[in-house]
Write a protein that binds this ligand. Structure first.
Ligand code: NAD
Length: 432
């Protein structure tokens, strides 16, 4: 195991696009609020970067070595919090950028958390369910006490889900003395309901995406009725966002996933497409009620709302000029790069930034953590109600600050998030 403490600057020249993106967004906001230079230094780098190499026995008896990452960006406001991703694009840079985004997100939402992120660089579709279980358990074991219910609390992200979290919590708890096990249940959130999970956690991120879109549309004196939208990524976030937008009268007219892109201007029924993908190895390819289109034509589809809910850096200087939507709701983390954003803002396209738009997931994770910590079982109605209040609160502050300072929503969200962390540092000072 390698633990690197505070030694690597995140803005090194060969850092990948996402790190450059998140740092530029941070510095833009830091300049605007005149952030104290010492606090800027602290927030510009990650606290800890953990890389683990671990062996796993495959179904054919061979042993494969995997590399896993956990980056802990900042914990000024509380334990590190953030997802684990299983994807070929996962590396230390991706984990750094995503960890930093988590710090801003938890701060903006007013949660007692910092930011972390991690994962394994694998394509999980190449492994059997039994292999994925062994990979997850061995990864958890290798992370050891670098995670913990009051220290660093992972959650699901791309290609990980409630099952992954059940394996993680079980493995982590199994390494503790019998009398200590139950009090470690909240080492991860996003668990299945039967294993300490929160009723409603599955839909929380997509519901939050929908709410922020609804709040914005209402602010314009309009409603979602007959508004058209497209969704990139039809997984946890994309599906639930589409489900709630459709339930409120909007029409899904285009979807793109890792396998293909489809459109139908008459509308694509969300649950029908979902059932199709469930029976088609998770892919929308061949869906009979829509037409296949080229990958690069997807973002050019004519619609009111665009919801990127897949990976980072999807809307860039290469395709931002093609976007027809007047609103982009960032379901994914970092789906628009800085150059793409400049073009969109010049074209007067509104962007609901990721740290606000997809914060429903981490807010519900916080509820799950509280539920486990207090030995409670929360009802879904309470979860939805509390979630809605928190997201409305964040939306209203971001939108009011943007208006009062004449800045865009992303800069406003960052300013609010960074100011909260700055306050904690100013109050406490720097040890020793
Ligand atoms: P998921 O694994 O459930 O779904 C991902 C979807 O994206 C799948 O439909 C996949 O086919 C598609 N996809 C993958 N690569 C693609 C590509 N190159 N082009 C188009 N589509 C592609 O993941 P998820 O949990 O829905 O996460 C999606 C995004 O939302 C990620 O950026 C994640 O960080 C962010 N997010 C997730 C949560 C959460 O609670 N799950 C919370 C906040 C943010």
């Amino acid at each position: 195991m390698t633990v690197i403490n505070n030694i690597k600057k995140m803005d090194k020249p060969n850092a990948k696009g996402m790190v450059k993106n998140v740092l530029e967004q941070f510095n833009n906001a830091a300049n605007h609020i005149n952030l104290h230079p010492n606090i800027r230094k602290i927030l510009s780098i990650t606290n800890n970067e953990i890389i683990v190499n671990f062996p796993v026995k495959m179904d054919n008896g061979e042993v494969e070595i995997f590399q896993g990452y956990r980056v802990q960006h900042n914990n000024a406001l509380g334990p590190y919090k953030g997802g684990l991703r299983y994807h070929p694009t996962v590396d230390i840079d991706a984990a750094r950028a995503l960890a930093m985004w988590m710090t801003w997100k938890t701060s903006l939402a007013g949660l007692p958390y910092g930011g972390g992120k991690g994962g394994i660089q694998i394509d999980p579709s190449k492994y059997s369910q039994n292999e994925l279980e062994r990979i997850t358990r061995r990864f958890t074991y290798a992370l050891g006490d670098n995670i913990g219910p009051e220290h660093d609390i992972p959650a699901p992200d791309v290609n990980t889900n409630a099952q992954t979290m059940a394996w993680m919590s079980d493995t982590y708890m199994s390494t503790k003395a019998p009398a200590e096990r139950s009090k470690n249940l909240h080492v991860v959130t996003g668990k299945p309901i039967g294993s300490g999970g929160l009723d409603g956690r599955d839909r929380a991120t997509g519901y939050g995406v929908y709410l922020t879109v609804k709040f914005w549309i209402e602010q314009q004196g309009d409603t979602l009725k007959n508004k058209t939208f497209i969704v990139q990524g039809f997984g946890n976030v994309g599906y639930w966002a589409a489900y709630f937008l459709e339930s409120d009268g909007a029409k899904l007219i285009g979807v793109q996933d890792a396998y293909g892109s489809i459109t139908n201007s008459k509308g694509i029924p969300v649950n029908d497409l979902f059932l199709y993908t469930q029976n088609n190895h998770g892919s929308l390819v061949g869906y009979p009620e829509a037409y296949a289109i080229e990958h690069d034509d997807f973002f050019a589809l004519d619609c009111h709302i665009c919801v990127p809910a897949a990976l980072g850096n999807q809307i860039t200087e290469n395709n931002a000029h093609l976007i027809k939507a007047s609103l982009i709701a960032e379901g994914a983390n970092g789906p628009i790069n800085v150059e793409g954003e400049k073009i969109l803002l010049e074209r007067n396209i509104t962007i609901i930034p990721d740290i606000l738009c997809n914060s429903g997931g981490v807010i519900a994770s916080y509820f799950e953590w509280l539920q486990n910590r207090n030995g409670e079982i929360w009802q879904i109605e309470d979860v939805i109600d509390k979630l809605e209040k928190k997201i409305k609160n964040s939306f209203d502050s971001v939108s009011a600050f943007a208006k009062s300072e004449n800045i865009d929503l992303r800069k406003s969200a960052y300013c609010i998030a960074i100011k909260r962390i700055e306050k904690a540092y100013v109050q406490r000072g720097i040890f020793p």
